[in-house]
Design a protein around this ligand. Sequence first.
Ligand SMILES: *Cc1c(COP(=O)(O)O)cnc(C)c1O
Length: 379
Amino acid sequence: MKFNTKTIHGGQSLDTSYNAVMPPIYQTSTYAQSSPGNHKGYEYSRTHNPTRTALERSFASIENANYGLAFASGLAAIDAIIKLLKPGDEIISTNDLYGGTYRLFTKIFSTYGIKFHFAGMHDIISIEKLINKNTRLIWAETPTNPMLNIIDIVALSTIAKKHNILLAVDNTFATPYLQRPIDLGADIVMHSATKYLGGHSDVVLGAIMLNDKELADKLYFIQNASGAICGPQDSFLVLRGIKTLHVRMQRHCENTKKIADFLNANARVDHVYWPGFDFHKNHDIANKQMDDYGGMLSFKVKDNNNGDVFRILERLKIFTLAESLGGVESLCCHPASMTHASIPREEREKSGLSDSLIRLSVGIEDSDDLIQDLRQAIN
Ligand SMILES: *Cc1c(COP(=O)(O)O)cnc(C)c1O
C-alpha cells in the first residue's frame, strides 16, 4: 500500500458491530466478561480501548512500523521511552531540542540518575566521542525546532548500531509524509500528534512507532503501568486527522516554499532558516532523507531595536501569535520568550536562537493572503 492510501486505510478494519466506516468512539472504561477472564480482548480502557487500537494501528502503518502506541501527549510518549532506561544509563541528545523535551530530561529524569549529554548533532564524530559503556540511547530531532537544523539519520543509526545503542527520532516536524526514520535505520519514532498528525489544533496526543517486539512489549507494559494514555475521543480526532495528512502536508510544503522565497527577498529580513534553500546548512542531507521541506520556517529580523520583532508579531492578522504548530491555520511565535523560554539564554544563543528570531508554522490558507499579511507586518 502506498503512503497516500495508508493514511486513510492503513491498519484499519471495518467495525464488527454495524459496519461503521469510521471506528466508533468507545467511550467506556470497562468491558463485560461472560465468565472470569473470558472477554473479547478488552478488559479495562487503560490497558486497551478499541478506538485507541485503531489509532495505534494507523500510527504503525504510516511509519512503516510493526507496532504503534498512543499516549496522552507527546511528552507522555517521550516519558515512556525514557522509562526503558535505568539509573546510571546515559542519553546523548541535540542541543537545540524541543523545550519541553529538554525540561523533561534535565528537570525530571536527571534527578532519577539518568545522565544526559547535549551536543550539536550535525557533527557525528563529536557524538560518537560521547558514547561510553553506559550509553543506551541517542535522542534525535530533525528538522530541529526552531532552527530547522537537519540531522543525518542514516549516519546516526550507523554509529548507534556499531555501539549497540538505541536511536530514537522525534519525527514531529517532518511527519512520515516527508521522512520515515525507521526505514533510515532508527529503532523508535516518536511524534507529538498534537501537531501535524492531528493537524487541526484541537487535540493533544503522543505517538510511538517501532519494529522490535521485545521493546514494544516493554513500552506497552509502561503504557499500562504508568497510565499516560489518551482517551477514545482524542484517539478518534487524531485518526481523522491522519486521513488528510498527505493532502495537508503537500499544501504546507507549497505555501512554505513561497513564503521562504518572499522573506528571503525582503530587505528587513536578515536570514531565513528553511531546509529547502541550497544555502541552508545540511540542505544536501535534507534532500537525501526528506521528500520535501515541510511547513516550518524561522527568520531573523534585521536591527531588532525598539522591539521591532514584537511589533511584527502583534501586527500579523492571519498568522495567530501562539505556541504549537502543524495545524491548518498559520501560527507565528517568538521562540526566545515563548516555546524556548525554559532553555537558559546561554544554551539558547549557542544554537543561534536569538531574540530577533520569529518562527512560522505555515498553514494551508491561500499563500497570497499569507504573504500579504507578512508584507504589511514587516514593512
Ligand atoms: C510539541 C512537541 C513535543 C511535545 O508534544 P506534546 O504533545 O505537546 O506533549 C515534542 N517534540 C516536538 C518536536 C514538539 O513540537
